[in-house]
Ligand binder design. Structure first.
Ligand SMILES: Nc1ncnc2c1ncn2[C@@H]1O[C@H](COP(=O)(O)OP(=O)(O)OP(=O)(O)O)[C@@H](O)[C@H]1O
Ligand SMILES: [Mg+2]
Length: 296
């Protein structure tokens, strides 16, 4: 169901974020959750609460419009493939020099129904039923031109229906297999030492996995290690391998997770160093909200 973005309240939230970046202190922000890349902020209003996902600052209107079109296309294609996607709207405001700050806004959904949480609180029967519904969704949606970042923390289960949350980076590829996402812009939070290397070599491998059922499942299963849900892996492997031509092994999941964890660890360490450099050496605000350290 559609909703109206609370314009004034978002303007106020953005002012708070700017103050937090200026002072390098995000303790005044109401943090709803986070991923590897950024924070998700909660906005309470008289008409309910919202999840607000701040995007990298767009250098000009054209880049912003391109993003908005690709997000619309992504939401439409996911919905057409039968996926239930959290209703998402884009709010934006202008900054000096033609720059644009934008947020993806969703209604706040009940956190206790987050699948990464339910896999801890519910029993194995629930977990298996969840995973079978999850496999149906992934199978139906993923293709070489339409990707999904399907980790357990990106889904909410309400009344036996899965809703997908993590749409801020639209995963779509053109006929030549090139990312439609403004990869350069979405990697601006990576320090410059990494950016070119990442863009050229890592980006293909970072993204490849999202465009095939096997890769999406490997990523999902690998992340169960991070969520301390390893005990579910054998049962899920049985279920997953029933649908794959090339089965996944437990060793492959563990090795995948080790590599993935190492990569994110490195990225996070370099971003912290970059933030230190901005704040202490350049004496300039660091322009991104960073997620808290992750215990891997
Ligand atoms: N609509 C929502 N309602 C309630 N909680 C949400 C909502 N959207 C996101 N969250 C919380 O924030 C977390 C991160 O959100 P999301 O997956 O959309 O972004 P992300 O993982 O930070 O993106 P990225 O993977 O690019 O870093 C979720 O796991 C969840 O805990
Ligand atoms: Mg996420």
């Amino acid at each position: 169901m559609s909703f109206t973005v609370p314009h004034d309240e978002l303007g106020h939230l953005e002012k708070q974020v700017q103050a937090a970046l200026r002072t390098a202190d995000d303790s005044s922000l109401d943090i709803l959750g986070h991923g590897e890349v950024t924070l998700v902020l909660r906005l309470r209003t008289d008409h309910g609460a919202y999840a607000c996902k701040r995007l990298p600052v767009f250098p000009d209107r054209a880049r912003f419009e391109r993003y908005r079109r690709s997000l619309d296309e992504y939401l439409r294609r996911l919905t057409d493939s039968g996926l239930n996607v959290a209703d998402t709207q884009v709010w934006h405001t202008h900054r000096p020099a033609g720059r644009i700050v934008a947020y993806c806004v969703q209604r706040e959904l009940p956190e206790r129904r987050l699948c990464s949480r339910l896999l801890h609180t519910e029993d194995e029967t629930w977990a298996k039923d969840f995973f079978s519904r999850f496999l149906d969704q992934v199978d139906r949606t993923v293709s070489p031109s339409l990707g999904l970042d399907a980790q357990a923390s990106n889904w909410i289960d309400m009344g036996g229906e899965l809703t997908y949350l993590d749409v801020t980076s639209p995963l779509m590829r053109d006929d030549k297999g090139r990312e439609k996402l403004d990869v350069r812009l979405f990697f601006t939070s990576l320090p410059w030492v990494l950016r070119d290397a990442v863009r050229l070599s890592l980006s293909k491998s970072i993204f490849d996995k999202f465009y095939g059922t096997r890769g999406v499942l490997l990523d999902f299963l690998g992340n169960l290690h991070k969520e301390r849900l390893d005990s579910l892996i054998p049962a899920f492997l049985d279920q997953a391998n029933g649908r794959l031509t090339e089965p996944i092994t437990a060793e492959e999941v563990a090795a995948y997770y080790r590599d993935d964890a190492r990569m994110w660890e490195l990225i996070q360490r370099l971003r912290k160093a970059d933030r230190f450099w901005h704040l202490k050496v350049l004496r300039r605000p660091y322009p991104f909200l960073l997620p808290p350290p992750v215990d891997r």
